[in-house]
Design a protein around this ligand. Structure first.
Ligand SMILES: Nc1ncnc2c1ncn2[C@@H]1O[C@H](COP(=O)(O)OP(=O)(O)OP(=O)(O)O)[C@@H](O)[C@H]1O
Ligand SMILES: [Mg+2]
Length: 200
């Protein structure tokens, strides 16, 4: 007898998740503006990003791309308008990593912490278990240096650590023990080793 490699339970779960992800998983920027003093960094910007596609976000230097991404991630507050992921501002989420993973700055870690410690901190803050931490370390190829201080990492190793952080909440099974399985946007990621696009 030929059997499916996936149990029917698992298939049903995956189908449900995919349907839910189609309905819910959206980045929506609605009429967003950002003012820094006299500088208008973003001026009434609106767009939507849907899952399952690679979407580029291009513009000249100073056009407001990073500011927009910071507002989507809840790291900066719009002066007006809304930046929503799955219908809500990321800053209002208790466990934001289940909605969005991002790599904006490949050096965004405490230099005195090891890669493992950095990921364990992020995981703990989001209710994610140790198993998933080990998985992402393996996935990005940092196993051999996981116990080393991230401050001594090369740019590429730092980028790998950033990608591991972005993928922490992108877990297909219930590894966290929280039962939370929301759609994911491992967004704003560029693969390790690829040059930074002009103005990204
Ligand atoms: N924290 C800040 N305080 C004051 N002005 C800022 C701040 N962040 C950005 N700006 C200004 O907002 C504008 C948009 O900057 P932003 O970094 O979003 O552009 P960008 O499109 O990402 O540029 P690049 O392509 O160079 O990365 C610029 O004029 C910048 O000087
Ligand atoms: Mg930028």
């Amino acid at each position: 007898m030929i059997t499916s490699p996936l149990s029917s339970d698992r298939t049903a779960r995956l189908t449900r998740r995919m349907a839910m992800s189609k309905q819910l998983a959206t980045i929506r920027v609605e009429n967003v503006s950002k003012q820094y003093g006299k500088v208008t960094a973003v001026d009434r910007l609106s767009f939507e990003v849907h899952p399952g596609r690679a979407t580029g976000f291009l513009g000249p230097n100073g056009a407001g791309k990073s500011t927009t991404l910071r507002m989507i991630l809840g790291l900066d507050k719009p002066t007006s308008g809304w930046a929503l992921v799955n219908g809500r501002p990321v800053g209002s989420r208790r466990l934001p990593l289940f909605d969005v993973g991002a790599l904006l700055d490949p050096k965004a870690f405490h230099p005195g912490r090891t890669a493992l410690e950095h990921l364990l901190c992020m995981a703990a803050a989001n209710g994610i278990g140790r198993g998933r931490v080990d998985e992402v370390i393996d996935l990005v190829g940092l196993t051999n240096v996981a116990a080393k201080r991230a401050g001594g990492f090369s740019l590429g190793m730092g980028q790998r650590l950033g990608i591991a952080s972005a993928l922490l909440g992108d877990s297909p099974g219930d590894r966290s023990g929280t039962g939370v399985h929301l759609p994911q946007f491992p967004a704003c990621i560029r693969p390790p080793g690829t040059p930074q696009p002009v103005g990204a």
